[in-house]
Design a protein around this ligand. Structure first.
Ligand code: AHM
Ligand code: MG
Length: 325
């Protein structure tokens, strides 16, 4: 079979979006994000090589390169969204505030939020990193301040992430469900590899930075005692996209809790908690901020943080039943 024939038999992201009968404007936004992530993936692959070139300039160059990669990833996404006719607003971890791309009268119908390169410090040791994105409807058509991004995660119309791991994987959640694509380096396209993903309802795996145990509240320490006594396995990569991706496919629970040092948690509600919460909920799992679902949190500012407990419904319940009885 020739390459061309093989390609015809593969479901690319574009083909998949068209088949889903998705809002065409939303499809252009998602395709813009996917294009940006291909470019980011290429840069991630070359990061160390560029670092070697950069070392000639001085000892701190690695740190600067990392920052450059964060900023570069942000710029790439922004550029791709400028070219997506329905993108209204872009907000990210790297921007001070929302960037207005176009108003509703100019066709701007969706707000996009992203963590352009989550876990970027892991690039140093060739550990997986990722891009996380969230898409909300532009519910403030006449507003030019970009405050359309301040909506609860429950309003998301799509969310997902791209994992730059041993392969480049796109997980996309929409109203229709959660699908997984792998970037085929030969075709240069994301191709569908797993449709309608459902997270296992339970699995004895917990994922938390347990080194902070002395900074955890009593309920969480009770939970850790429970898992230690109950035959659980521990997995913690320290790169949220990789930890959540494993949790989605294999089950278990990923926890980044509030701690004494970070009473609101470390992870950002709009760029990390909401999109990952949406993916996990659409796949049949649970996503808690401790006191209630992450997706129900009403944001008061774009960079705010949240505790994150996501994964198999039964495993999330084991945590929240002890931390918030
Ligand atoms: P970043 O946005 O600065 O990259 O930090 C987010 C990362 C997540 O990927 C990961 O889950 C978490 O930080 C790990 O934090 P810790 O080192 O405290 O366990
Ligand atoms: Mg991050």
């Amino acid at each position: 079979m020739s390459d061309a024939e093989t390609a015809e038999n593969l479901t690319t992201l574009a083909k998949h979006l068209a088949a889903q009968d998705l809002d065409p404007g939303l499809a252009t936004v998602l395709e813009g994000l996917a294009l940006g992530c291909k470019a980011i993936g290429h840069r991630v692959r070359r990061a160390r090589i560029e670092d070697v070139v950069g070392v000639a300039g001085g000892e701190n160059v690695f740190g600067e390169i990392q920052q450059k990669l964060d900023v570069l990833s942000d710029e790439v996404l922004l550029q791709c969204l400028r070219d997506a006719p329905a993108a209204a607003v872009y907000a990210s971890e790297e921007q001070d505030g929302p960037v207005v791309l176009r108003t509703a009268s100019e066709g701007g119908r969706f707000a996009v939020l992203a963590d352009p390169l989550d876990g970027s410090s892991n690039i140093d040791v060739a550990v997986s990193v990722g891009t996380i994105f969230s898409v909300l409807p532009n519910d403030k058509p006449d507003d030019e301040t970009g405050m359309a991004v301040l909506q609860p995660g429950r309003n998301q119309v799509a969310a997902g992430y791209v994992l730059y791991g041993s392969s480049i994987v796109l997980v996309l959640a929409t109203e229709a469900g959660v699908d997984m694509f792998t970037l085929d380096p030969m075709l240069g396209d994301f191709v569908l590899v797993l449709a309608k993903i459902e997270i296992p309802q339970e699995k004895k795996i917990y994922s938390i930075n347990e080194a902070y145990v002395n900074d955890f509240d009593e309920g969480l320490r009770d939970y850790l005692a429970f898992v230690h006594e109950s035959g659980y396995g521990a997995r913690y990569i320290g790169s949220m996209v990789a930890d959540v991706h494993r949790t989605l496919l294999k089950g278990g629970v990923f926890i980044y809790p509030a701690t004494g040092k970070s009473p609101q948690g470390k992870l950002r509600l709009m760029y990390e908690g909401n999109p990952m919460g949406y993916v996990i909920e659409r796949a049949g799992g649970a996503a808690s901020a401790g006191r209630g679902p992450i997706l129900d949190r009403i944001p008061s500012e774009v960079h705010e943080r949240t505790p994150v407990i996501v994964g198999s419904a039964a495993e999330v319940d084991h945590v929240t039943r002890r931390t918030h009885p």
